[in-house]
Ligand binder design. Structure first.
Ligand SMILES: [Zn+2]
Length: 442
């Protein structure tokens, strides 16, 4: 039978990692003779859920499991989750969902909601009850939402791959010993088949995370072959415990997909809005840049925060009347009367002329003249000449931005953000070929 296993919320800010548990399970289940029908999936859900600070990721394992092996698989999964979760840490509420057969429409629908909305646990319970699934949850049961949602995201459209390498236990918490020069060479040799490797503007390696979790590095790319090839370019000066290739919705803008995005401005949800810039953008201390956008009959504040880098400079160059499409998460910021869209992407569709108005220049000496009074023309203060028929001069200023698509600097990207290098590489489908070389333990 087809058995799908969804897992979520095993980690806490102090450590742990749901993808690591998936990595352990891929190996354990392989050793039990279980066949995988897909690479393990990492599914990123709504990035705007306020209490999910670490990227809101869940995993799904998709297998062919003989009926006779079901109990053993179930027991192996639960034991591995219990042994490797940060059970007892605040905010760690793991859950595992076992689904026999295939995702139902109810589960798929639920899953799309979890990608763009805040979904209450009772909705997950209801969707579970109406399907051939069983669940085990710990703590508050909050993990149920992600565990079930991961099963419903079957990644039939655009998707990417990530090779995740893990560290040996005694190295966790220490600096990651991945040679920067080799990362840059790998980027040069493999992009755009790989992406988000190195940020040359800030000379910053993007494949290594920070913090105590077991992840040594994650290589993102368009195919399993591409990420395996990229991995061979790296010089790593610490032992790699194991690596696994995941299929994911990273870098796909899944939260802005036309099937999921809504045009209503709702707190904690992603939104895509077409509108007109209402006022000149304002920069506050720290570099955060805000502007007011008129959408239909309402106004909303758009924010480009300091870490977005050059993106906020582009935002600062907008002027009233410019037409834009904004993408981002909706927030309510304390002390701000308007809802705020934290910008993740901006399309400038039409720039209006920036016009300055000035008094005419004196034809004799070139100095700007002063008005001589209503309807009486202008007078030069320097040489006293007058010009009764002169009028105000309208000057078109050269705009320093162009229409087009703008993204924050890569260091500020969310996991779901589609990087510029992926535009045009989107996949329309997944051809369901059986996965090969999913994992390796050196
Ligand atoms: Zn003059």
């Amino acid at each position: 039978m087809n058995l799908h296993i969804g897992i979520d919320d095993t980690d806490s800010p102090k450590g742990g990692c749901t993808t690591y548990i998936a990595a352990l399970l891929v190996e354990k289940l392989s050793q039990l003779g279980i066949k995988f029908t897909d690479y393990p999936n990492i599914i990123r859900l709504n990035p705007n859920v306020p209490f999910k600070t670490r990227g809101n990721a869940a995993v799904a394992l998709r297998t062919r499991t003989p009926d006779t092996a079901y109990e053993l698989v179930r027991e192996t999964v639960l034991r591995t989750v219990e042994e490797n979760s940060r059970l007892g840490d605040e905010g760690t509420d793991p859950a595992v969902v076992f689904l026999r057969g295939h995702s139902t429409n109810t589960i798929k629908q639920f899953s799309y909601e979890a990608l763009t909305d805040m979904v209450p646990i009772r909705k997950a319970v209801k969707a579970l009850e109406s399907s051939n699934a069983s669940a085990v949850s710990y703590g508050t049961g909050l993990g149920l939402v992600g565990a079930l949602a991961a099963l419903g995201q079957t990644l039939n459209g655009d998707h990417t791959f990530e090779l995740v390498a893990y560290r040996e236990r005694n190295n966790r918490g220490k600096p990651r010993l991945v040679d920067e020069v080799s990362v840059r060479r790998m980027d040069l040799m493999t992009a755009p088949e790989t992406f988000n490797n190195f940020d040359s503007d800030y000379r910053r390696v993007l494949i290594t995370p920070h913090g105590p979790d077991p992840v040594l590095l994650g290589l993102r790319g368009e195919s399993p072959k591409a990420v395996r090839r990229a991995f061979r370019f790296l010089r790593i000066r610490e032992p790699v415990e194991r690596w696994v290739i995941f299929r994911t919705n990273h870098g796909t803008d899944a939260h802005f997909a036309s099937s999921t995005i809504n045009q209503r401005i709702t707190v904690n949800r992603p939104v895509k809005l077409k509108g007109t810039v209402l006022e000149k953008p304002e920069r506050i201390s720290g570099g955060h840049t805000f502007f007011k956008l008129k959408h239909k009959r309402s106004a909303v504040l758009c924010a480009a925060f300091e870490p977005t880098g050059k993106f906020k400079e582009v935002v600062a160059k907008l002027i009233p009347g410019d037409e834009v499409v904004v993408f981002g998460g909706v927030r309510r910021h304390e002390g701000k009367p308007l809802l705020t869209i934290n910008l993740e992407k901006l399309i400038v569709t039409r720039l209006c002329d920036e016009v300055t108005v000035e008094n005419p220049k004196c034809s004799r000496c070139g100095k700007h003249m002063k008005s001589a009074g209503r309807g009486q023309g202008y007078r030069c203060e320097r040489c006293k000449s007058t010009a009764s028929k002169a009028s105000k001069q309208f000057l078109k200023k050269r705009r320093t931005i162009r229409p087009g698509l703008y993204l924050p600097d890569r260091k500020a990207h969310r996991h779901l953000t589609k990087p510029l290098s992926r535009y045009g590489l989107e996949k329309r489908r997944w051809n369901m070929e059986p996965p090969s070389g999913i994992w390796h333990r050196p």
